[in-house]
Design a protein around this ligand. Structure first.
Ligand SMILES: [Zn+2]
Length: 223
């Protein structure tokens, strides 16, 4: 499995291109916005002979959605998101405006509802779907056990966590997601977040202040 990261849009969102020897590719959190960024993504794909088949979203925030319609229209990819985040699609354009971003066309419906699905496949690659609510109600992380790689979206960042003050966010839930569903995957698993640099679960257990204060029983996150 090969992974590349392109950073797009004014929110500096990480768009991941994931592919294997079949040259089928999934785009995780396509944040490309406007013609210039669409061209950067298209060129990346065509230079490597990749065929995108899926636009997989960890969650429904606008900065992770900006490039989905381009992929659907140009390549006919299927758009995968948890239906628990479908409500965010309706307000995505307005949310973008609040951040000063003119979003253009955003997806209005989900092709593949990942809620309750165990995994999603493309080419010879399978990504396990791990429910990680808290940043949004339908947030998922995507895990490839063979490569020991986890796409954490806006749940877990290098030495930080996602916001929980936006609609549908919940601090207790995001910490449960991290402590119960992410940390047990193992210290050597590499994480690829929705913003910022990659890391490992081991590094986050040691140096992420939000994780450390919970592991040290300094805050009660279960309320
Ligand atoms: Zn987000």
């Amino acid at each position: 499995m090969k992974i590349a990261r392109l950073v797009f849009n004014p929110i500096q969102e990480n768009t991941y291109i994931v592919w294997d020897d079949t040259l089928q590719a999934a785009i995780i959190d396509a944040g490309n916005m406007g013609e210039r960024e669409n061209e950067i993504l298209d060129k990346f794909l065509s230079d490597r002979g990749l065929k995108p088949v899926l636009a997989i979203n960890t969650h429904g925030h606008f900065d992770h959605l900006l490039g989905v319609n381009h992929l659907v229209e140009r390549y006919g990819v299927k758009f995968a998101l948890s239906s628990k985040d479908e409500f965010l699609l309706k307000t995505a354009s307005v949310s973008a405006e609040l951040f000063g971003v003119r979003a253009g066309d955003l997806p209005e419906k989900i092709d593949i509802d990942m809620e309750g699905m165990p995994s999603i496949k493309f080419g010879d690659t399978e990504l396990k779907i791990i429910s990680t609510p808290g940043h949004t109600p339908g947030h998922v992380a995507l895990y490839n056990p063979e490569a020991k790689v986890l796409f954490t979206g806006d749940t877990l960042f290098r030495e930080s966590i996602g916001r929980t003050d936006l609609p549908g966010g919940d601090y207790s839930w995001i910490m449960r997601s991290i402590i119960d569903n992410i940390l047990p995957l193992g210290d050597d698993v590499r994480i690829y977040p929705g913003h910022g640099e990659d890391s490992t679960i081991g590094h986050e257990s040691m140096y992420n202040p939000f994780v450390v204060e919970v592991l040290n029983d300094e805050v009660n996150y279960k309320n």
